[in-house]
Design a protein around this ligand. Structure first.
Ligand code: UDP
Ligand code: MG
Length: 349
């Protein structure tokens, strides 16, 4: 049944994406138009390009799109805050009943958006895009991702395997997400915690259309670390377990030493019995301290609860009057500002 009342917003985080942006915008606007003609979405549906402090011409490309009247809203962050924060800024700035997040590089098949919308119309509040396969990823990325999902599941965090940040969320789900105020963000772990009726849509993943990956190994490891420490205290438990094992071992060796001293004429063998356990225990203790420190560091960041992003400019939001920046500064308190305010803040340029 046609539903021209569904206001759709598509949120696209962009960091140095000048090579791929024209094609992404072309395909997304064509898709919006097609969905509009098919009566699946409302006229006011928009694409939100979030510029995550790019150093190339990404922002000027976005402003051009707004100027020529494409259905685009540009959200500019005050500096690079990373993919997860950029995504959050977009999700919280976007209007609409259904909000879809997708990467800028066209790796995720945009045709899945229509299927996601169908699930939404059937009453699902969250629709996860899941990759059917990973043929196009490098061998290294495939293996690390596979083990990562296994490890994270074993540690007790609920995630959807092979789902990145390509998903649809209803307004209600976004509102629920706003209640999560953690600074250490791993959205893929948080969204399943929201509950609500959910569905999965499978799609083919292709290679990046243009430009280079903005997720080098270092950022990937950081995200994996974030995921483990945000959703599991297992590493802390492991320390207690390790402590227990070492304690039992030490008691056994003490018993043996007493037995040798009291009941045999032999002497306890020399320096190795003293020095080796010392090194071993030193290592274990440092490791344990490191793990505790990691959690302590997180607590430190969470306790300070600094804003996760600052928006320096929003353009093309028609309700606020074609990108009139003053309307969304603190005293203007537009609806979007009021939403953003409690999570990040709008900068006064
Ligand atoms: N991205 C971002 N900020 C960053 C790094 C990446 O907004 O600091 C965006 C990037 O523009 C892209 C998405 O996050 O839209 C995913 O990045 P990428 O495709 O490079 O990651 P990969 O698919 O290689 O893991
Ligand atoms: Mg990509």
């Amino acid at each position: 049944m046609p539903d021209t009342s569904t206001h759709l917003s598509i949120v696209v985080p962009c960091y140095n994406e000048q090579e791929v942006l024209p094609e992404t915008c072309r395909r997304l606007t064509a898709l919006l138009e097609r969905l509009c003609v098919a009566g699946k979405i409302a006229q006011e549906s928009r694409i939100y390009f979030v510029d995550d402090g790019s150093r190339d011409s990404t922002w000027s490309i976005i402003t051009d799109y707004v100027r020529i009247g494409l259905p685009v809203v540009g959200v500019k962050l005050s500096r690079n805050r990373g993919h997860q924060n950029a995504l959050l800024a977009g999700l919280f700035s976007a209007r609409g009943d259904a909000i879809i997040s997708v990467d800028a590089d066209l790796q995720d098949d945009l045709e899945a958006i229509e299927v996601m919308l169908d699930r939404f119309h059937e009453g699902c509040e969250i629709v996860y895009g899941v990759r059917k396969h990973r043929h196009v990823d490098s061998f290294f990325k495939r293996i690390t991702a596979q083990y990562f999902y296994r490890v994270i599941a074993a540690l007790g965090a609920q995630t959807i395997p092979n789902h990145a940040d390509y998903r649809l969320m209803s307004r209600r789900a976004i509102d629920a997400l706003q209640e999560f105020r953690e600074v250490n963000l791993y959205l893929r772990g948080i969204i399943p915690l929201l509950g609500f009726r959910a569905a999965v849509v499978e799609y083919d993943r292709s290679k990046r259309f243009a430009g280079e990956s903005k997720y080098p190994l270092k950022k990937m490891l950081e995200l994996a670390f974030e995921a483990v420490t945000s959703f599991s205290v297992f590493p802390l438990r492991l320390i207690s377990f390790l402590g227990f094992i070492v304690f039992v071992g030490a008691m056994a060796v003490t018993g043996w030493a007493l037995w040798v001293a009291l009941f045999t004429a032999r002497a306890i063998p020399g320096w190795a019995s003293v020095v080796l356990p010392m090194y071993f225990l030193g290592g274990v203790q440092l490791l344990a301290l490191g793990v505790i420190g990691e959690y302590l560091g997180k607590l430190y960041l969470e306790a300070k609860s600094r804003p996760r992003f600052f928006i320096s400019q929003i353009i093309g939001d028609s309700v606020a009057g074609q990108g009139d920046q003053r309307e969304r500064l603190p005293n203007g308190a537009s609806p979007v500002y009021a939403k953003v305010q409690s999570h990040g803040a709008v900068d006064s340029q």
